[in-house]
Design a binder for this molecule. Structure first.
Ligand SMILES: Nc1ncnc2c1ncn2[C@@H]1O[C@H](COP(=O)(O)OP(=O)(O)OP(=O)(O)O)[C@@H](O)[C@H]1O
Ligand SMILES: [Mg+2]
Length: 285
């Protein structure tokens, strides 16, 4: 195990509002730097719960287990600290922040990330002379990343996600990732809601961001995303557990057969509803 692996051990998670109702019932997963892991699984199986628990969302409580990242046990850390440590989550349902422009939002996020885990009192990230990103450098960075994602520059002056189309929201998530340059990126259904061209642009954008120092966890229902972003491993999450893991062909098999055969092999027949077959049907349409 290297310090730059994300190591999840026997993770049990419940909603904070319903602490006795475990959604994740023992997840074990290691994502090493430079690797792309895909997580697939029926609706309601706990994929977003895993993403939120990894980022420290207060609505989810870790009942037991551990998560190590860069040698830290991050479960005691706030979401903010985790982000400063290079973790990033692209939301399945990004929220609007009326009153805050995309440009200010990105600049604050970059500056927070630059100030590191334990802010140095001599560095004031809001001040470009004392450690904040200089305006010129910021503009250049954002322009370059917007071009990569084929985004309209006018978006920079709009309020975060306010009135954005579904696809624009997903692209803004990718723009955040591109400017923050995380070392562990979790993408929760970034492909859903994107038209075919946008999917290709976003996937190519993610590919351009891949580097030997970044681990990626891609949550998706569709194998077609994995045609663009080739995963090193594919995992199936069902009923709060990883019930199968394999290479890219596991995603192809799911597309062909739906979840039923794999769930049956895992002894989960009947425990997961037929909603499970839906993504495969949708993909086939
Ligand atoms: N805060 C909460 N309170 C109560 N139940 C919750 C809460 N969050 C999630 N759940 C339940 O936990 C289960 C897993 O939800 P989750 O959002 O993690 O699923 P998912 O795998 O991401 O599904 P999808 O593919 O539809 O995005 C669902 O049954 C959901 O209703
Ligand atoms: Mg989800």
């Amino acid at each position: 195990m290297s310090d730059q692996d994300l190591v999840i051990r026997d993770l049990h998670v419940a909603p904070t509002a319903k602490p006795d109702h475990e959604i994740l019932k023992g997840i074990d997963l290691t994502v090493s730097k430079g690797e792309v892991h895909a997580i697939m699984g029926p609706n309601g199986s706990g994929k977003t719960t895993l993403a939120y628990a990894l980022m420290g969302h207060p609505a989810y409580t870790v009942k037991s287990g551990e998560v190590l990242w860069q040698g830290h046990n991050i479960l005691k850390m706030s979401a903010d600290k985790r982000a400063r440590l290079g973790m990033f989550l692209a939301f399945q349902y990004p929220m609007a922040i009326p009153g805050l422009s995309v440009a200010s939002f990105l600049r604050s996020a970059i500056n927070a990330r630059r100030s590191g885990l334990t802010p140095d009192p001599n560095i004031d990230p809001t001040d470009s002379i004392r450690g904040g990103i200089p305006m010129g450098e910021f503009r250049k960075l954002v322009r370059e990343k917007m071009a990569l994602l084929k985004m309209d520059e006018s978006i920079a002056s709009r309020y975060v996600n306010e009135g954005f189309s579904g696809g624009e929201k997903k692209r803004l998530e990718m723009l955040q990732m591109a400017v923050l340059q995380p070392e562990m990126a979790i993408l929760d259904e970034t492909d859903s809601g994107l038209d075919i061209d946008a999917l290709r642009i976003v996937a190519e954008g993610v590919n351009a961001m891949l580097n030997p120092n970044m681990g990626v966890l891609v949550i998706t229902h569709y194998q077609r995303l994995l045609n663009y972003i080739t995963p090193d491993r594919v995992h199936v999450l069902a009923a709060g557990r990883i019930v199968a893991s394999g290479g890219k062909d596991l995603a192809l098999r799911l597309e062909d057969e739906g979840y039923a055969p794999i769930l049956a092999e895992a002894g989960l027949e009947g425990e997961v509803t037929d909603e499970a077959a839906e993504p495969a049907l949708e993909a086939a349409r």
